[in-house]
Design a protein around this ligand. Structure first.
Ligand code: NAD
Ligand code: MLT
Length: 542
């Protein structure tokens, strides 16, 4: 049964019925309310823990602010352009999508568009319905032997490639991330864009809409294409510049275009839609029963996995949360958080650079989830409310802390296994090194002073430094006794630069022991939750 923390989820777009069924079967209250007006959405979202949308609902910053209890937004589909992801991240709200569920449907629509362009099937059908028999008007072109340029070779681009190869098309393409070896495996020869333009009979775009892909096809690139090139956009409106496309169609530089997507949906400017060489659909790439069922099922399963704390899939932001659910990485997240909190306690308001260095091969690439964990502890220590692994890095950056993650090989002694986490504030003496003993986070080293017995980072701690050999412990114990605080553990460091650190584990918070400062050089108190604890009343682990 799902934890009550993800009690109520609003489904504000029409979704396959399996979505609500799966949520309900897991004990989550699914409220199916498609077609809400913006003011209605603002009212309905107020008491929801989760929101699931397709593309119609615009999840603006205002909606996100109105969702006071909102923890997760799910997009049953690929593009999250209708969700203000930055606003959600700032509020610590997880955004998830289902990036694979509709790829085949979008690829099949693209292939259909290419066939329709080559043979003008929609125009011929419309002419027949108009009572005509215009055989001469619709002379087509064979696809066999023609070149198809595919820009974006991710999930959809590659499915388009293999299908169009079956028609005998030569597939060339470009993707800055996919290697030429990878694309060769699905039959696409990668070339620089400048070489692609003049080679193509057809061009299809399958990139996200990014600043770097907006207007990928524009006046200048159209001019480099073969005269009569045919263009397909089943990705996002704006990747093909609409003004440039209209000009290219009017001049004959572009022989035809197939559009499933528009910069404004539905488009108010009908010039492209009405052009005789344009065929178009009202954003139907994912509109198949199969795709909708897959996307509805996947997003529901992702919500249930999150509610049960068993898995995190499809995260658009807050990927570190997945590591907080994984029993292998969860203790490291707890260590990062504890060290961040300790650093803030020792150093006071942290500003500027904070180096998070993972040591040892097992922690390779762990900086991606340990940096947010450290930032979470740091900000909690500074009194920030509502910090979690989703928003910690963004909030830290806004608070003037620049967290950088590096990797090192050496693991310091005394041993904490084969890996460790080190925090440093460059230009200051503050340097903490911690590791795990079993699944317990421990402090190994503080400002260069190693603890022969690492200090468990849990419960109520009192740390102090004092001149080596000064032995302030009896006086501190006297203060503890007077405050009716019991000593549970004691760890002392080696002497460095004539000083030693002591760390006392206590039965109660040690805030009242400020009087210890008379006996020691400096004293600090902090309280840490046991490492496995998740925030109560919330589905998102911290
Ligand atoms: P994907 O993330 O799997 O692939 C996108 C690829 O584009 C990536 O490999 C990326 O490296 C590449 N890319 C990024 N910048 C590029 C550039 N400047 N030039 C060339 N390639 C670049 O995404 P996907 O699932 O294949 O989806 C592709 C597009 O289709 C997205 O815009 C998505 O929103 C859209 N989509 C539309 C529909 C629809 O209904 N019409 C359905 C699903 C997806
Ligand atoms: C997507 O990004 O998943 C598609 O554009 C389909 C949709 O909007 O539902």
């Amino acid at each position: 049964m799902a934890r009550a923390a993800l009690g109520s989820v609003l489904l504000s777009d029409p979704l396959d019925p399996c979505c609500a069924q799966l949520l309900r079967a897991a004990g989550i209250r699914a409220r199916e309310q498609p077609g809400l007006s913006p003011p209605q959405l603002l009212a309905e979202i107020q008491d929801c823990d989760g929101l699931i949308v397709r593309s119609a609902t615009k999840v603006t910053a205002e909606v996100i602010e109105a969702g006071k209890k909102l923890q997760v937004i799910g997009r049953a589909g690929t593009g999250v352009d209708n969700v203000d992801v930055e606003a959600a991240t700032r509020r610590g709200i997880l955004v998830m999508n289902t990036p694979t569920g509709n790829s085949l449907s979008a690829a099949e629509l693209t292939c259909g568009m290419i066939l329709c362009l080559a043979r003008q099937i929609p125009q011929a059908a419309a002419s027949m319905k108009d009572g005509k028999w215009a055989r001469k008007q619709f002379m087509g072109t064979e696809l066999h032997g023609k070149s198809l340029g595919i820009l974006g070779l991710g999930r959809i681009g590659r499915e388009v490639a293999t299908r169009m190869q079956a028609f005998g098309m030569k597939t060339i393409g470009y993707d800055p991330v996919i290697t030429p070896e990878d694309s060769a495996a699905f039959g696409v020869q990668q070339l620089p864009l400048e070489r692609i333009w003049p080679l193509c009979d057809f061009i299809t775009v399958h990139t996200p809409l990014l600043p770097s892909t907006t207007g990928l096809l524009n006046d200048s690139t159209f001019a480099k294409c073969r005269r009569g090139v045919q263009v397909v956009n089943c990705a996002r409106g704006g990747i093909v510049d609409e003004g440039a496309l209209l000009r290219a169609l009017q001049s004959g530089q572009c022989g035809g275009a197939a559009l499933d997507v528009f910069t404004e949906e539905p488009p108010r400017d009908r010039a492209l839609v009405n052009h005789p060489n344009v065929i178009c659909c009202p954003h139907l790439g994912a509109s198949t029963r199969e795709a909708q069922r897959r996307c509805g099922k996947e997003i529901a399963q992702q919500f249930v996995g999150l509610a049960l704390g068993t898995a995190l899939a499809g995260a658009v932001n807050g990927q570190a949360l997945g590591c907080a659910l994984d029993p292998q990485t969860r203790p490291w997240i707890a260590l990062g958080r504890a060290l961040g909190l300790l650093l803030q306690t020792l150093a006071g308001p942290v500003q500027g650079a904070l180096q998070v260095c993972t040591l040892g091969a097992p922690l390779q690439k762990a900086g991606t989830y340990l940096s947010p964990a450290v930032a979470t502890g740091l900000l909690e220590g500074a009194g920030h409310k509502h910090v979690n692994l989703v928003n910690a890095l963004l909030l830290a950056q806004e608070a003037g802390v620049k967290v950088t993650a590096t990797e090192g090989e050496a693991v310091p002694e005394p041993g904490g296994g084969d890996s460790a986490l080190q925090l440093a504030l460059p230009g200051t003496p503050f340097k903490l090194v911690g590791s795990l003993q079993g699944s317990t986070p421990v402090l190994q080293e503080l400002n260069g002073a190693a603890f022969p017995q690492p200090v468990p980072l849990a419960g109520h701690l009192l740390l102090y430094r004092a001149p080596a050999g000064a032995s302030p412990l009896p006086a501190v114990l006297g203060l503890l006794g007077a405050a009716q605080v019991r000593l549970q553990s004691y760890h002392g460091s080696r002497a460095v630069r004539g000083e030693e650190w002591s760390c006392l584990g206590l039965s109660e918070p040690a805030g009242a022991l400020a009087g210890a400062a008379h006996h020691v050089t400096e004293a600090f108190a902090l309280s840490l939750e046991p490492c496995a604890a998740a925030s109560r009343g919330a589905a998102l682990p911290r």
